[in-house]
Design a protein around this ligand. Structure first.
Ligand SMILES: Cc1cc2nc3c(=O)[nH]c(=O)nc-3n(C[C@H](O)[C@H](O)[C@H](O)COP(=O)(O)O)c2cc1C
Length: 201
């Protein structure tokens, strides 16, 4: 699969097989993340790779408990997914990692201005590499949303998250339970507006 095909056919996977990801495949995905570009070539994005279903389940339970105690947010760009998560958590059926066998949590220095863009490059590299290896993925942002909640913070500390770092994102990986047709939605004109600027004479 070439890069164009990988980009055009990748999509988020939200149902996974129980099948484990082979170690060599997982290491290749991680290496693709580590090779991502970074500001000043700092390469400071730290990766916490969880492969124990019990530990992933623990994170899901903590997140679900916090969300179940919240009320829906007022409308914002992210409120629809947050409110859907709150609703499902209250109903006791929220699994933010969708039963994936691997969860990679990314973190970066609190005082580093490129923390978020660097980590996004790492995550996108990993998702594309995974896709090229037939592994599904989905960026799941709940640990980033809720990292300051005491129970979530305490769990992150047990993973080894240093005090001077914060969670920048997390990604679920696993073999897809359903292989979707690689069809991309046609982008509407107002999505990701592009301005092809003419040379000014
Ligand atoms: C910063 C970011 C946060 C995201 N958070 C979540 C999430 O918490 N849960 C989820 O199911 N998908 C999440 N996604 C996946 C998006 O919903 C998905 O990429 C988008 O709907 C486009 O679909 P596609 O990935 O299949 O092309 C996130 C994506 C990004 C880039």
């Amino acid at each position: 699969m070439d890069v164009y095909e990988a980009i055009m056919t990748r999509h988020s996977t939200r149902r996974y097989l129980e099948k484990k990801i082979e170690e060599s495949v997982l290491l290749t995905i991680i290496e693709a993340g580590r090779t991502a570009p970074s500001g000043c070539n700092n390469r400071m994005t730290e990766l916490f790779v969880l492969t124990d279903p019990k530990e992933i389940g623990k994170a899901e339970k903590l997140v679900s408990n916090v969300l179940a105690g919240r009320e829906p947010e007022e409308m914002s760009y992210t409120s629809s997914s947050m409110n859907a998560a709150i609703r499902q958590a209250k109903e006791g059926r929220y699994q933010f990692a969708y039963g994936a066998p691997v969860l990679v949590v990314t973190a970066n220095k609190k005082r580093y201005g490129n923390a978020l863009p660097d980590s996004a490059c790492v995550i996108e590299n990993m998702m594309l590499m995974a896709h090229a290896l037939q592994v599904g993925s989905c960026w799941v942002n709940q640990l980033r949303w809720l990292q300051e909640e005491p129970a979530v913070a305490a769990w992150l500390y047990t993973l080894g998250l240093p005090e001077d770092e914060f969670v920048t994102g997390s990604v679920a990986f696993g073999y897809p339970a359903v292989v979707k047709e690689p069809v991309r939605k046609v982008l509407r004109p107002f999505e990701n507006p592009v301005h092809m600027l003419k040379t000014r004479g």
